[in-house]
Design a protein around this ligand. Structure first.
Ligand SMILES: [Cu+2]
Length: 201
């Protein structure tokens, strides 16, 4: 269903993108921005985050990586997480097998799982499978890139170089922005204000 949207948006953007491409090499990103828009709607609802336009995207082989961001962490945090969406346009399965960054000592591919009443996370055995013609979303509460031994505070607006290694498509390097995890509309803000008014501090 969402792939229809993607193609719809690409068609609309198509003529403008082709014209722009002839003029400037950097125009490629603009055409892709339309893709990103359509692909993202789904994820935006779930995560409740807003500034999608700032997120990073890149293509490698049959894979299109969109909506990449690193979650802002408190200055003292030694761990942080990153998220992205991988769309496989190819007829073969691929696999995200490793992530490398300079921002931390180590980076792993993690998944969150409920164990009894506890939400736990662990390394994904053998990497994250990207099915043929499929889409895999790494998002808060689910699959994520895990950065361990963060060297410097991660502040919204910063960008960090991320290398992704896929079994079939190979390696891709791109800069990914740090974002604050925005609360769902009516979630944090309302609760916060209500809480303060209710309590007579
Ligand atoms: Cu983790």
């Amino acid at each position: 269903m969402s792939s229809a949207n993607i193609f719809g948006a690409a068609l609309i953007a198509g003529s403008a993108a082709i014209a722009a491409l002839a003029a400037a090499p950097g125009a490629m990103a603009e055409g892709h921005a339309e893709h990103k828009h359509a692909e993202h709607k789904h994820a935006e609802h779930k995560s409740g985050t807003v500034s999608k336009s700032a997120r990073a995207e890149v293509a490698v082989g049959d894979l299109h990586i969109t909506g990449a961001w690193i979650r802002e962490a408190p200055p003292t945090a030694k761990t942080a997480a990153g998220y992205l969406i991988v769309t496989n346009k190819g007829a073969d399965e691929d696999r995200l097998i490793a992530v490398h960054v300079g921002l931390s000592e180590r980076a792993e591919l993690h998944e969150m799982k409920m164990e009894g009443h506890m939400m736990t996370m662990r390394e994904v055995e053998g990497g994250i499978v990207i099915p043929a013609k499929g889409v895999v979303t790494l998002e808060p509460g689910g699959l994520h890139l895990m950065f361990l031994g963060v060297k410097k505070p991660l502040r919204a607006g910063d960008k960090h170089t991320v290398t992704l290694l896929f079994k079939k498509a190979g390696e891709v390097v791109f800069d990914v922005p740090v974002e604050r995890l925005a609360m769902k509309p009516g979630g944090h803000m309302k609760g916060h204000m209500k809480g303060h008014k209710a309590k007579s501090e």
